[in-house]
Design a protein around this ligand. Structure first.
Ligand SMILES: [Zn+2]
Length: 300
């Protein structure tokens, strides 16, 4: 969750004040001007008033809307046909233009996180589907523009990854709930979002585990490494990992989630808590005959 700063430039060539009747899509841009910050762009458009503009400039500190979202900005040339073909309208008349600021002293990672978040925010606000309604300037004007596709690529991010991250950002996170089956105690009560399941200091083996997402449509995939059996086949939401009443210890686990980062750590016999592992990494040991005694899982 980031703050949006609304600081509008004066009307002029960059801001006509003409209204957008309905926002139908988003055009993603980057400024192509290394080191220029959101507020430097505000200054430029406010003073110089070029006949080009965009609604929002994002750097590592600001998500800065310089033109109200119910007004038109001039960020794609009218004579380009692709916006009409894809969306039935010219971008300037029906789209929000979002600019990523990068280079110089701008922390790209921070700016990019805000850029992803803001696209998700716009999709929610205007009921848009990121897979259908976000388009790169490069796609609309490939002869003249490469933004923001080439800029993202230079930073190791494909366009598809960017869209996926917007989808993730929009998906409600919900809670992660889990239950441990313990040696001679059976199923323990439900734990969630980082609480400890299992026991510490009782030399008690954790034998089975169920993990479930609540309030989310995302999918889980989990595997457990069981004493004498090795890795189980993948389990999904709520299925049992491990064994019950066979006297076998769970030694390691792996957990992945389709839409969110999942973090987990296990408390291992004579070792204690492992580091936090994420997204399918192994937590625990294999081939060392050590039991897991407790587990903590959370979404990030
Ligand atoms: Zn552009």
């Amino acid at each position: 969750m980031y703050q949006i700063t609304r600081d509008y430039i004066r009307t002029g060539n960059s801001r006509s004040g003409q209204k957008i009747s309905k926002v139908r899509f988003i055009v993603s841009h980057d400024t192509g001007n290394p080191g220029s910050t959101a507020y430097q762009n505000w200054n430029y458009f406010n003073k110089q008033q070029p006949s080009a503009s965009a609604h929002t400039f994002i750097d590592d500190k600001y998500i800065l809307e310089i033109i109200p979202l119910n007004e038109k900005a001039w960020h794609v040339q009218y004579n380009k046909p692709t916006d009409n073909r894809l969306f039935g309208a010219d971008a300037n008349d029906a789209a929000i233009g979002v600019e990523l600021c990068w280079g110089g002293s701008i922390n790209f990672k921070e700016a990019y996180k805000r850029y992803v978040w803001y696209h998700a925010h716009l999709c929610k606000t205007f009921s848009l589907d990121p897979r259908k309604h976000i388009v790169a300037h490069k796609t609309l004007d490939p002869e003249r523009r490469t933004d923001p596709v080439d800029c993202l690529k230079r930073h190791g991010i494909t366009w598809e990854q960017f869209i996926n991250e917007v989808v993730k950002e929009m998906s409600p996170k919900g809670s992660i709930a889990y239950q441990a089956h313990l040696e001679s105690l059976g199923w323990q009560g439900k734990r969630k979002d980082g609480q400890t399941a299992g026991t510490i200091g009782q030399r008690r083996r954790l034998e089975a585990l169920t993990v479930k997402l609540e309030g989310s449509n995302a999918e889980l995939e989990m595997q457990g490494h069981v004493e004498g059996k090795g890795w189980t086949t993948p389990r999904t939401n709520g299925e049992i990992i491990g064994t019950m009443d066979e006297g076998l210890r769970l030694e390691a686990i792996k957990i992945k989630c389709s839409d969110h980062n999942v973090l987990y750590r296990v408390h291992v016999q004579s070792i204690g808590w492992t580091e936090w592992k994420k997204n399918g990494e192994i937590a625990g040991t294999t081939g060392q005959s050590k039991r897991i005694e407790a587990v903590e899982i959370k979404l990030a």
